[in-house]
Design a protein around this ligand. Sequence first.
Ligand SMILES: [Zn+2]
Length: 383
Amino acid sequence: MKPKLKPYCRHVMSLGDGVIRFKMERASLEIPDPEGTVHSFVRLLDGTRTIVELSQETGLTLGDTEDAVALFDRYRLLEAESTEPPGLTERELVRYKNNLTYFSLHESLMNSRYDCQVKLKNAKVAVVGLGGGSIIAAWLAAMGVGTIVGVDCDRVELNNLNRQFFYTEKDVGEYKTVALKRRLEELNGDIRVEAVQLKVDSASSLLQAISGADFVVGAIDTPPLLGSRYVNSACLHLNIPAYYVSIGNKLGFYYRVDPIESGCTDCRLLHIMRSEPELLETTKRKWNRAEPDADFGNPGFAPNVAVITSLIASEIAKRLTGYGEPFPMPFGLIDFQGMSVSHRNIPKADNCPTCGRERPPEGPEPVPMEMLFALAESGVPAG
Ligand SMILES: [Zn+2]
């Protein structure tokens, strides 16, 4: 290993008052350097010296040299050796040049910018629902996710194009799966796109399509209430983390479900219905009406769709590559007017029939809505 200071770090480095400083976006580092020893050490970090050679040239002990290198690496000041990157073609090195620059800020001696890109290349993400989901699929294709699975049963309609802007007027009338596969492959010929023409009418119906995915995106609004519950149950059955998205007029939200760790879609529904009796009644009415937002239509608006879908794609990228931390809490609420994002937890319901103690021992199907209503009515109101 031959540590090298990242080139940009020389620009953010300053000296003065016996202190050497690195002022960066992520963090600042200040090291006392009254005799210029640290500065001399930094000058030797040009990728031509091993740690032993650094120790010999600076006169520091080997242990002190290792500690200094570890400190610099912890602050992401060092880049890995620029040896031949594994797993990427010459063409991919050109295509993802800016990704690599982006990843380079986070790169460490053990996780290079190339490693991040290779992790994307080796990843598989399934997108269920290719309305707003088509935009998420486009972000994923552009960043280089190696395999994208698109699931839908609908055709592209003219009134989709105000927000589902990855489709074109030529695609109107065509199945979304077919149109999206063609468009994604036009965007990025180095990835694999699987089009799954499927009407999601149960959790079981999804299992084959999402099997083997690293993440699933549930961007499905039909059947009302049930669509995302089917995705949720199928993902929990296969132990796959998932993201869900919904957009309203002023607000949009997304949330992630990590199997075992976090509350699931049904936990969330139980929590909502228990928090206020009125919400339980509203949900019941919506269910009994069994019409997809018939009173309000779909308020999807292109800029809002772009904001919320890019947040999900960014989260998935962070988790696939290790670049940065995902949002600390799983539920994100976006105010499109004020353009603010707030996060909160999704409490895990003890008696959730899908991920909790009362989970059925076998089978992926969610319990009927009526049972969820009964559980909501019997449960302790959420605080
Ligand atoms: Zn649950």
